[in-house]
Design a protein around this ligand. Structure first.
Ligand SMILES: [Zn+2]
Length: 323
């Protein structure tokens, strides 16, 4: 499915089979003699098939195409190694590139998950089935790393980079002030809530995310062009809803901790999840992984506010209410 969302900006829905996200939006902007693609799809045949059909219909020549990827996740970056040519530029951000190049990333994540209560017997299988592990790009070449305020010119559009850490450490959006359009990646979505999930205890991604939401409030935006689902207006209203969602989630996590000291994994198993499963035991392992990471992000946030204390006991990290 392709639609022209703004003059010379085309949105293609690339399907994500057996994934709650259902599909990802890949955008193509047609310039005078080059194309710019924003986000790609996972590195799997179903995505490549849809991408090839779209490229054909839009008459896109990959030899004349550059790429901007909003963040490291496999549904956005995964297909990049299949699409880039020698002549292609790949625009990306510093922090996520550093994560991608980390030599022992999955070992580090597994150790953090284990520390926070993820069962040892399920760890290897959870990572094996994790889409970020299974469907990621084979590599990153011709990287042009961008920072806040850097610009990309394509056709009549002058896109400005906006750093929005939270969903990932280096998440980056693009703003076009003349057309008042905002490519939001997974920072602001309308029909679903962006996942804020991280096992590592060295960051406070939820605090960063809420700050990055506030940053976008004053922007003059006509249309938000998101990474998933439909384009939408009224970003300020949506930002309010997202902030409220995290307030409710944070309160839920605190109320679970009122029962006593627990690991992030134990907290996750008692939170309410919008998933088609009878009980926590029935959750697919990748969903348990994401849920644990999300519980963790809210616990870190509460800890950063001084409302929760973290203690190590028997090789595991436990959280309890302060005071
Ligand atoms: Zn994402």
């Amino acid at each position: 499915m392709i639609d022209e969302v703004c003059p010379q900006i085309f949105r293609t829905e690339i399907p994500l089979p057996a994934n709650p996200l259902k599909a990802i939006n890949s955008y193509v902007i047609k310039g005078k003699d080059r194309f710019l693609m924003i986000d790609t799809g996972m590195n799997r045949p179903e995505c490549m098939e849809a991408m090839e059909a779209s490229l054909k219909e839009l008459h896109v020549d990959l030899e004349k195409t550059d790429f901007f990827v909003t963040h490291i996740h496999a549904d956005h970056l995964g297909l990049i190694s299949e699409l880039t040519r020698k002549s292609s530029r790949l625009y990306f951000n510093f922090p996520d590139a550093e994560v991608f190049r980390h030599p022992n990333l999955w070992e580090k994540l597994a150790a953090a998950a284990f520390l926070n209560g993820f069962p040892e017997d399920d760890l290897q299988e959870a990572i094996k089935r994790h889409p970020g592990h299974r469907y990621h790009t084979k590599g990153l070449v011709n990287l042009t790393l961008l920072r806040e305020g850097d610009q990309i010119q394509i056709g009549s559009y002058n896109l400005r980079c906006v750093e929005t850490p939270g969903h990932t450490r280096g998440h980056m959006c693009l703003y076009e002030p003349q057309a008042k359009i905002f490519f939001s990646g997974d920072h602001i979505l309308n029909d679903i809530t962006p996942n804020i999930s991280l096992w590592s205890e060295n960051d406070d991604p939820l605090r960063q995310y809420l700050k990055s939401l506030d940053k976008i409030v004053p922007y003059d935006i006509e249309w938000v062009l998101p990474g998933h689902r439909t384009v939408f207006r009224n970003h300020r209203h949506r930002i309010e809803e997202l902030k409220e969602h995290h307030e409710i989630r944070t309160a839920e996590v605190a109320s679970i901790l009122a029962k006593g000291s627990q690991t992030a994994y134990q907290v996750a198993s008692q939170m309410a999840w919008d998933i088609d499963c009878e009980s926590w035991d029935d959750f697919p392992l990748p969903q348990k992984w994401f849920a644990g990471g999300e519980a963790m992000a809210h616990l870190q946030y509460l800890q950063g506010q001084g409302k929760v204390v973290r203690e190590l006991n028997g090789g595991k990290a436990f959280f309890r209410l302060a005071g």
